[in-house]
Design a protein around this ligand. Structure first.
Ligand SMILES: [Zn+2]
Length: 334
């Protein structure tokens, strides 16, 4: 069972949540906005456990009946809603999980807490259904919306919620944290830079072997295409096709890589790069690309995103994108 200390950084929000619990100043609806991986879900759970705990401590006691139920994911007054495999949360989901259970008093006599993960994926109808609940909830109800894009929520919802925002962490702090976990200094620097303040991304690079492999594969793909190695494009396509729905991440990865190329072209400060170790390649690409090429490349990323959203076949999108990169870089090896 997690405690506040297991959530990295975010001290202001943690202290605020503890304080309002202590002072009994809890409102009915909260939004916790984050960049994916910063720990909003974990934080919501820790806070919920704290609110539901039968002992009045600085965080949940982990021993009382309520805490034991939370630990086993069986607490009847803690309701977790997420899109699961679907792309959106529909009006029926809200009616079924929230509106129809709302008036049942909490089994354990305290609060009844609803957490909606990926709340930005609620359809407009779903949000409108939720709105009524947020406007006049029963005394014991707390609703926590977790989202990564607050703009997708209706103004009417937002105005009725207390809005909390998880903040990016300093790169250096993330790096030190990784080194403490046993990552070599070189890699820690690279992961921390790539994570750009998102501790979740940095930790995944360290802990999740598949995620890490994809990271290094991506570097290889961009280097081999950049240098015009024989069959690089075909090989890259094979690798990417075998991944499950990582296209978005791949495009984002390319964008970060070319951001480094642009930095080298403009000011050439190696220390500012995420991919410092790949400086030789990045410098060669920067020297061989004109600004107009880079402009086209960044445009190609935008187009790839748009097509992905428009449900164009991802294989075609990635192929077109890599071909564009290959074409722009041709001068290096022709
Ligand atoms: Zn407890």
């Amino acid at each position: 069972m997690l405690s506040y200390n297991d959530i990295y950084g975010q001290d202001n929000i943690k202290n605020y949540l503890k304080m309002i619990k202590q002072k009994n100043k809890i409102m009915h609806a909260y939004i916790i906005n984050e960049e994916k991986g910063m720990g909003a879900q974990e934080l919501a759970k820790v806070w919920a456990a704290h609110l539901l705990c039968k002992n009045d401590l600085n965080e949940c006691c982990k021993k009382c009946h309520s805490c034991i139920q939370m630990k086993a994911d069986l607490h009847p007054d803690f309701i977790f809603i997420s899109p699961y495999k679907k792309n959106s949360i529909g009006v029926d989901d809200i009616r079924e999980s929230i509106n129809s259970t709302l008036n049942i008093m909490p089994y354990m006599g305290g609060y009844k807490i609803y957490v909606i993960k990926d709340a930005h994926k609620m359809t407009v109808q779903a949000q409108n259904a939720l709105l009524k609940t947020i406007e006049e909830p029963p005394e014991y109800v707390i609703i926590i919306l977790l989202c990564t894009n607050m703009d997708m929520l209706l103004e009417t919802i937002k105005s009725r919620c207390i809005k909390l925002r998880l903040l990016p962490q300093a790169e250096d702090a993330i790096k030190k944290n990784l080194i403490k976990s046993g990552v070599s200094e070189d890699k820690a620097a690279m992961y921390a830079a790539y994570a750009r303040g998102n501790i979740g991304t940095a930790q995944r690079l360290y802990e999740d072997e598949d995620f890490r492999n994809v990271f290094f594969e991506n570097i290889e793909i961009l280097e081999s295409i950049g240098w015009g190695e024989n069959g690089a494009l075909t090989k890259a396509m094979e690798i990417i096709k075998n991944r499950k729905d990582n296209f978005n991440d791949f495009i984002e990865f390319c964008r970060i890589w070319y951001r480094d190329v642009l930095i080298v072209k403009k000011i050439n400060i190696r220390e500012m790069l995420i991919f410092k170790k790949q400086y030789t390649s990045i410098k060669a690409f920067a020297d061989n690309l004109k600004y107009s090429d880079l402009y086209r490349i960044f445009n190609a990323f935008d187009r790839a995103y748009d097509r992905l959203v428009a449900n164009v076949n991802p294989d075609i999108i990635v192929h077109t994108l890599l071909l564009e990169l290959k074409t722009r870089l041709r001068r290096i090896y022709d």
